[in-house]
Design a protein around this ligand. Structure first.
Ligand code: FMN
Ligand code: EPS
Length: 388
């Protein structure tokens, strides 16, 4: 069974819906863990007031019985509490009237999907674009990603995402293990590994908000104990690093993805970039460093996967930039919707979850995945073979 997933739903519509196909039967799903991830996505300094309205909770409506997956498609729902304030404007079936189209958007925000989305789909009200282009949808990707993280955990694979830099301020301490990073980043509201930078960054975010401006930043995801040999070198579209890069770029506001030392590796000689190979009777092959972020030839090499992402600043500016009104073609200030000053903190979790989805997918492509116990046996046997 091929692993696939789909999400649907508008930001201020009634709900987000997700369907996942291909999760093995026999996985005990911890709903509290999904909800904890959803709560985690809502936290973070610099977010707007929408997060005070939402208390994201997942409802599982298919594919799971008595807490255990059935092997059939899994249906997930997250209700938008804010819909209560938008029920007429976002009514899926009531015909449009002057009363329920009052929040029409005609002044596209530079950097958001408004203008091109409106032109492409012939929407003269760009609310029809922003409702779906909104990163509200990433709540469902986190729910789906958490199901995948629970599958990965059943295969002893751990993953974490954190913030390396916010705007111009780096905030990274070199911590090695996923467990260590989780402990340090959970203890601050910026998901950073250098807690000494918290006050400086809070100030930066406050000042930026005060100036009507926004911030982006850098994110890193690390996955540990990933089996050797996921993905393949044989064709361009079988390379797992490429699939991960594509999935990360598919997250709202991402402008760059790099594996391991990434762009920086291009500046050093090969001797400082390639990871020397060693062998140990007990644990098999390993590398003496991890500059290449766990990938060679598009395949995992058993070292921790390291995926970096660059997020642009939030496009909606309270001090709005110039735009053109699509009705009058007059130069105006762009539309201002309620907005985050920075969303780098939730975005780190979104990137983590999207990488988890791609890893789960790669495993389910490599092994027969109808049943979890059988999958676990195959992965165990595979790991032994790769270590010989
Ligand atoms: C978690 C998260 C929250 C976001 N919040 C906002 C926001 O409040 N306002 C905004 O204009 N953009 C926000 N964005 C970014 C936009 O969704 C994104 O820039 C837009 O969809 C255009 O897509 P692109 O930046 O990938 O080109 C957010 C992105 C993420 C990942
Ligand atoms: C709703 C979420 O993020 C939203 C993403 C977003 C955008 O344009 O991407 C714009 C804002 O929407 P609103 O105007 O409703 O506040 C954010 O709050 C969320 O992350 O749950």
């Amino acid at each position: 069974m091929t692993f696939t997933y789909l999400t649907a739903g508008e930001s201020h519509g009634p709900q987000l819906t997700g369907i996942i196909e291909g999760i093995p039967a026999g996985l005990t799903l911890d709903v509290d863990q999904i909800n904890a991830a959803l709560a985690d996505r809502q936290r973070g300094y610099g977010r707007g007031n929408r997060q005070k309205i939402e208390h994201d909770q997942v409802e599982i409506l298919g594919g799971v019985r008595h807490g255990v997956t059935l092997g059939s498609p899994i249906t997930l729902v997250i209700h938008n509490r804010d819909h209560a304030h938008w029920s007429a404007i976002m009514d899926p079936t009531a015909p449009a009237t002057p009363e329920n189209t009052t929040r029409k958007v005609t002044r596209p925000r530079p950097g958001h999907a408004d203008l091109v989305g409106g032109l492409k789909y012939r929407h003269n009200d760009m609310r029809n674009v922003l409702e779906r282009s909104s990163a509200r949808e990433t709540a469902m990707r986190v729910a789906i990603g958490n199901v995948c993280e629970q599958l990965l955990a059943a295969l002893d694979i751990q993953i974490v995402g954190y913030v390396r830099q916010i705007g111009p301020v780096p905030a990274e301490q070199p911590l090695k293990s996923v467990a260590e990073i989780k402990a340090v980043t959970a203890a601050n509201d910026l998901r950073i590994t250098d807690p000494d930078k918290v006050d400086t960054i809070h100030q930066l975010i406050d000042d930026t908000r005060g100036a009507g401006d926004t911030l982006g930043g850098l994110i890193k995801v690390i996955a540990e104990n990933v089996p050797v040999g996921l993905g393949s070198y044989v064709s361009w579209d079988t390379k797992l690093d490429a699939k991960i890069a594509g999935a990360v770029m598919g997250i709202n506001a991402m402008k760059g993805v790099a594996i391991g030392d990434g762009f920086e590796a291009a500046t050093r000689p090969g001797s400082q970039v390639m990871d020397p190979i060693a062998f140990d009777q007990k644990t098999g092959y390993h590398r003496l460093s991890d500059h290449l972020g766990g990938f060679e030839g598009g395949m995992t090499n058993g070292m921790p996967l390291v995926v970096n992402a660059a997020m642009k600043p939030i496009p909606t500016l309270y001090k709005a930039l110039q735009t053109v009104d699509v009705q009058t073609k007059e130069v105006m200030k762009a539309n201002v919707e309620r907005s985050d000053t920075t969303a780098i903190v939730p975005a780190a979790l979104v990137v983590e979850n999207v990488v988890a989805i791609e890893l789960a997918k790669a495993i389910l492509e490599a092994f027969e995945g109808d049943n979890l116990a059988r999958l676990q046996d195959q992965v165990k046997a595979w790991r032994m073979e790769m270590n010989q």
